[in-house]
Design a protein around this ligand. Structure first.
Ligand code: ATR
Length: 276
């Protein structure tokens, strides 16, 4: 029986076991997917012992994604682009790493807002952490001409701009609403708006009419940002699709079937989020 897991610290919030468990059932695969709470100081040893624990691969979540990238022996282009890994598998015993957040982000927008990238104009990214880095890579791959990054800690935004080159520009957090002129896609990658966090204070009335607004926060599913954007008549994409789509490539690696993100799966996870 093939076994995979998600590794994080803490891990109780993860919906990955529910997602992969659903696919194992739907495709009739005799496999197992569990969660492993591993403290940062034990993570390198745990990852290097994956095979010994009987795992053929794993998802990696907060706070281990950068460490997983460092420890992996082979990294695909997505991991290199993001500088972090969320999907691990073994090839002839060798630890291989990918970052499927880029795929998850793009596939979600294609599904929820078809044609969102047609204009290839200006995108605004709020936040400059690991998720922002993957998303900026995805936006540049889709040939957006400019990506404006706005972060509370300006230096982190500067680092991303230096990494990605002149298409990425830094705007001040205090003057964030001024970055919305010509904006075609707005993506919130900060934790703001998540249950238990302050809400994201921006003026959606400053966004142009055609803007697509995406929040990668999925708990709650409809964040105050998405609610306000929807009320304003803008197209919106919630964060659940990114979570579901980023899971698919790992499942295929470990269990040999490319799983589908169906309305049934979405409803299952949405119902679980409602309980939170
Ligand atoms: P992830 O991997 O999910 O991107 P992260 O690297 O911890 O997580 O990044 C979290 C992002 O949310 C950062 O951009 C962070 O801003 P800082 O770089 O200034 O820390 C942003 N963030 C978190 N709490 C915030 C708050 N109260 N106000 C503004 N931004 C916040």
């Amino acid at each position: 029986m093939r076994k995979a897991c998600v590794i994080g610290w803490p891990i109780t919030h993860s919906r990955s076991p529910l997602i992969h468990g659903h696919w194992l059932r739907v495709y009739g695969i005799e496999g197992d997917y569990s969660s492993q709470a591993v403290q940062p100081e034990h993570f390198p040893q745990f990852l290097n012992s994956l095979a010994a624990f009987g795992y053929c691969g794993a998802n990696i979540t907060v706070p281990h994604k950068e460490a997983a990238y460092q420890i992996a022996v082979r990294r695909d282009a997505s991991a290199e682009a993001a500088g972090a890994a969320n999907t691990i598998w073994l090839e002839d015993g060798v630890l291989c790493a990918a970052n499927t957040d880029i795929h998850g982000f793009l596939a979600n927008l294609e599904e929820q807002a078809p044609g969102w990238d047609d204009s290839r104009g200006v995108a605004v990214v709020l936040g400059a952490g690991g998720a922002a880095r993957a998303i900026i890579r995805g936006l540049l791959d889709r040939r957006f001409s400019a990506v404006r990054v706005i972060n509370r800690t300006r230096d982190r935004a500067r680092e991303l701009a230096d990494r990605f080159g002149q298409a990425v520009q830094v705007f001040d957090w205090e003057r964030r609403n001024e970055a919305f002129a010509d904006c075609e896609a707005l993506i919130n990658t900060t934790a703001l708006g998540m249950i238990g966090q302050p809400w994201l204070d921006i003026d959606v009335s400053r966004l142009p009419e055609g803007t697509v607004v995406n929040d990668i926060v999925y708990s709650p599913l409809e964040t105050p940002l998405l609610r306000d954007a929807r009320a304003r008549g803008l197209r919106v994409a919630d964060g659940l699709g990114m979570l579901l789509h980023q899971a698919a490539p790992g499942f295929e690696r470990w269990f040999g079937v490319r799983p589908e993100v169906t309305p049934e799966l979405r409803a299952l996870i949405a119902a679980d989020l409602e309980k939170a």
